[in-house]
Design a protein around this ligand. Structure first.
Ligand code: NAP
Length: 321
C-alpha cells in the first residue's frame, strides 16, 4: 500500500510517518522541503520526499493532479485549510484512492454547548480557521455519504510534544507563564480560571490516523476528535504545573478586560481564541468505532513537553518532579 502524506514533517507527521513505515506502507512525504521532523527516526530513510509548494501548485490547479500522479492508495492531507483546497484534491483523487484522511481541528465546533462535545453536535464555528475547517468537513462528509468518496476527517486539539511550546495555563504560548509558576510567582488568569483547553499528545493524533486507516469501513464518511481523554481548566492546569516544581500556584483572577492588559496583544488574542472556544471534546466515538486509546492525558503530554523545553534551555526552570 502506497501512502502519500501531505505536510508530513510537522507536529503530526513527525509521529505518523514512522508509524506508517512500521506498519508496512510505502510512504511518500510531500512538503516544500523546508522543515525537518521534530525527532529523528530511522524510518525516515525509507520515505520518499517530493517537493511541492501546495499554495503555488493550487494557483495553476496542478496540485491535485500531481498528488494523483504519485499513484497513492491512500492520501493523508495534514495541511488543508479551505474547502476549495479539499474540493480540488478530492476531484483529482475521485475513483483513484482507497482512503483520503484530512486533518481538521476541534475549532469546527465554535464554543462548547453540551460537554463533552460529541462529533454529532451541530457545527457553530466562528473565526476563519474554524469556519473553513467546518466547510471542509461538510464537503468531505457529504461527498462520502452521497457520492461514495472515501473520506475521513480527524479533529485534533492543541497538539503537544517535545520540541515546541504547549498552550500554557494562561491560554497562550509564552514560556514565561511556566517560568512564573516554577518560581512560585503570582500568575494572573482571566475570569475565574475555569475556561478550558483540550490538549493532545502528537503521537496520539498519529495513533488515531492509524486506527482510522485500519478500520476503513467504520471511518469512511465520519469525523473523529483526536484529543486527550479530558480537557483542563486553566486554573487546574496552573495548579498542576506549579506542583511539578514543588510550589503552590499563586493565582489572581481578573475580569477579561483587565486581564488582557497584563498580556501582549498577540498573547491576549491567542488566549481569547482559546477561552472563547473553551473546548471540551469527547473521545467516546473514536474509542467505540476505532479503538482509540490515547496514551497521554493532557497533563502527561504537557509534562513531557515542558521537561524537554527545560532540558533544552528554552524554559528557564529547575527540572520537573
Ligand atoms: N498545531 C496544533 O496544535 C493543531 C491543532 C488542531 C489542528 N491542527 C491541524 O493539524 C494540521 C497539521 O498542523 P501542524 O501544526 O502539525 O502543522 P505543522 O507542524 O506546521 O507542519 C506543516 C507541514 O506542512 C508542510 N507545509 C507547510 N506549508 C506547505 C506548503 N505550502 N506546501 C507544501 N507543504 C507545506 C511543512 O513542511 P515545509 O515547511 O517543509 O513545507 C510541514 O511538513 C493542520 O491541518 C492544522 O489545522 C493543528
Amino acid at each position: 500500500m502506497r501512502a502519500v502524506i501531505i505536510g508530513g514533517s510537522g507536529h503530526v507527521g513527525t509521529y505518523l510517518v514512522p508509524r506508517l513505515v512500521e506498519a508496512g506502507y510505502e510512504v511518500v512525504n510531500v512538503t516544500r522541503g523546508r522543515r525537518k521532523p521534530y525527532r529523528p527516526h530511522g524510518a525516515w530513510n525509507a520515505v520518499g520526499q517530493v517537493t511541492i509548494d501546495r499554495t503555488e501548485a493550487e494557483k495553476t490547479a496542478s496540485f491535485g493532479p500531481q498528488i494523483a500522479g504519485l499513484k497513492p492508495d491512500i492520501v493523508i492531507d495534514l495541511i488543508c485549510f479551505t474547502s476549495e483546497s479539499a474540493q480540488h484534491l478530492a476531484e483529482a483523487l475521485r475513483g483513484r484512492v482507497q482512503h483520503l484522511l484530512v486533518c481538521g481541528t476541534i475549532w469546527v465546533h465554535g464554543h462548547s454547548v453540551v460537554v463533552p462535545t460529541t462529533e454529532e453536535q451541530p457545527r457553530r464555528p466562528f473565526g476563519t480557521y474554524g469556519m473553513q475547517k467546518a466547510a471542509i468537513e461538510a464537503y468531505l462528509l457529504n461527498e462520502a455519504r452521497r457520492n461514495g468518496f472515501p473520506a475521513t476527517m480527524l479533529h485534533p486539539g492543541h497538539i503537544v510534544g517535545p520540541g515546541w511550546e504547549p498552550i500554557n495555563p494562561a491560554g497562550h504560548k509564552s514560556v514565561a507563564v511556566f517560568e512564573k509558576l516554577a518560581r512560585g510567582d503570582e500568575l494572573a488568569l482571566p475570569n475565574l480560571g475555569l475556561e478550558t483547553l483540550h490538549h493532545v499528545y502528537a503521537d496520539d493524533v498519529a495513533q488515531l490516523f492509524m486506527r482510522a486507516l485500519a478500520n476503513w469501513s467504520a471511518a469512511v464518511g465520519q469525523s473523529f476528535h483526536a484529543v486527550s481523554p479530558s480537557a483542563l481548566t486553566l486554573r487546574g492546569y496552573a495548579e498542576a504545573v506549579a506542583g511539578w516544581f514543588g510550589k503552590l500556584a499563586r493565582l489572581r483572577f481578573l475580569p477579561w478586560e483587565e486581564w488582557k492588559e497584563t498580556a501582549s496583544e498577540a498573547e491576549a488574542a491567542m488566549t481569547h481564541d482559546h477561552i472563547a472556544h473553551s473546548p471540551n471534546c469527547s473521545i467516546a466515538k473514536a474509542q467505540r468505532l476505532l479503538g482509540y486509546a490515547p496514551r497521554y492525558t493532557s497533563l502527561q503530554a504537557v509534562h513531557e513537553s515542558l521537561a524537554w523545553l527545560i532540558a533544552h534551555d528554552r524554559v528557564h526552570a529547575p527540572p520537573l518532579s
